[in-house]
Design a protein around this ligand. Sequence first.
Ligand code: APR
Length: 274
Amino acid sequence: MSRWENEIVKAASILSVSTKTVVMSGAGVSAESNIPTFRDAGGLWDQMDPVEAGTADNLFAQLEQNADKLKPILNDLLNAFGKAEPNPGHTALFDLEKMGILKTVITQNIDNLHREAGNTDIIEMHGNMFQMRCLGCGHKAILDRKSYVSDIEEKLKTITKLDFSAIVSLALHCEHCSSIMRPDVVMFGEEVQAMSESFQAAQDSDAMLVLGTSGVVYPAAYLPFEAKKAGAGIIVINPKENPFDKITDVYIPMKTGEALPAIVQEIRNQAGAS
Ligand code: APR
């Protein structure tokens, strides 16, 4: 009997009658895939300044000035991205889609793991590291994550000075117009992707699973409030904090990789019992 059995049962009762559940996920969902979060102790923003590292033009300057410090961090990140697999939390969300409960996954994550877990209706508000966007014609292409990472790791081994030209040498070129392509991720100061679709999905939802997010970055952090206004049941899963405690119907202080499979199992139990 899990310590949070009552919360699991309550969450399952909300979801079992839902046909338009929406997920709003953050880095915590991928923590159990060994991808570091941003704001946990030892997280990415402990290792580098978010504004410097998260802003496009600063990033290049940072890479040139602090290459010795940043290169190992980038290598660790590439290694994590290359080895990561969808975890039981990701696969439980695909189960919820197959059960006709979960409609849309709105994620702040750029790691492609919700797609690889099988979910088909995904909004990546901060983009996707493995989707390339052509700076010339705007063409987009999704890459195979593992082969892209191993390709970059090999190229990085040959680079002695991590300056702007070295970074450009890592870039792929568009198959349509041969221009340089960049990872289709949203840097600080850039507009998030698919904001109106995200807000519409939240406003149309009848339940929202708020998973593994510190809720400090907007406009993503508005979405649970939009869902609440629409009458959706708000279920928050986060082992450390509940940034949405004023609007939460069920708070489960567990890891998503443990809580979500338990909720799916409870929904099946409830269906079997009825
Ligand atoms: N299961 C569920 N939640 C977890 C787990 C886990 N296994 N491990 C950690 N968490 C929680 C932490 O308690 C924290 O609240 O996940 C949250 C991670 O918070 P952040 O690191 O701030 O990540 P996120 O909320 O996604 O950040 C939002 O900030 O820097 C920007 O663009 C970046 O998309 C990112 C945005």
